[in-house]
Design a protein around this ligand. Sequence first.
Ligand code: ZN
Length: 299
Amino acid sequence: MGAGKSRDRARQLRRDETDAERKLWARLRNRRFAGVKFRRQHPIGPFIADFCCVECRLVVELDGGQHATRTESDQRRTEFLGGQGYRVLRFWDNEVMNEFDAVLERIVEALRDPHPGPLPAQGEGELALRGGRMASVEYRGMNLIVPENDSEWKEYFEAARAHRLVMRACAPCGLMRYPPTRACPWCTALEWRWQEVSGRGTIYSYEIVVQAIQPGFRDWTPYPVVLVELDEQRGRPTADEGLRMIANLVTPDFTPEREANVAIGKRVRVAFQDLSSELALPQFTLVDEPHESRLWQFA
Ligand SMILES: [Zn+2]
């Protein structure tokens, strides 16, 4: 089948879409989902993928009721698409209609982890993968893993486990950065060292999550996510570019802070949430300190 014919067939298929396809497309189109561009009925070689993200090499296919009769051709499709470097996720129509959050979650995971085949599900502890050891813990239904060979996060989380917050500080210019990227975002130098910070700061911005993307956060909604400017580097290198990190704003017992208590300008400090003996998550809690500027709340 030539490319022109493929595209004609793609147009035909667009007119025959099912409710499940329509529902999923409404979520994926126009970069609405994770900021990623999906195409609908996208021709790849002799096949037409239901949904395709070319940049992420991910194909999402939906199946109706007659799956058993299509197994062999599905297998050929998957093999061909795999040979083109695509990972293929398949869902039943009724999964999309009845378990939509779980479907979206699997798509998010696939976008995040380009490896074909998910990492094995783990409870608390360590697991071996590709020769390395790594901290792993289940948190609200998600499997959090810090691989031993993750040079950017491994030591950050080792410090967090000891309830210390550390930032990468550039050796030549001295400015700290978050996340712990390889090069300095201000001067591009590659030399750096870890520097401990107080974990005290000011809410620079926030949002209230009303609809959870992660199913595990469903019973947390509505909950605040805050962007905190840390005291150590306020207003540097410029007033618009400080040292800021994002986290949940929680109460001292690690439940979501109430929306009424959240405001830009309020003072916070880091609070380490121990998820296991291996992993602690830096979160923020409000502290009763005078604030320097006027508070602002979304009304
Ligand atoms: Zn620098």
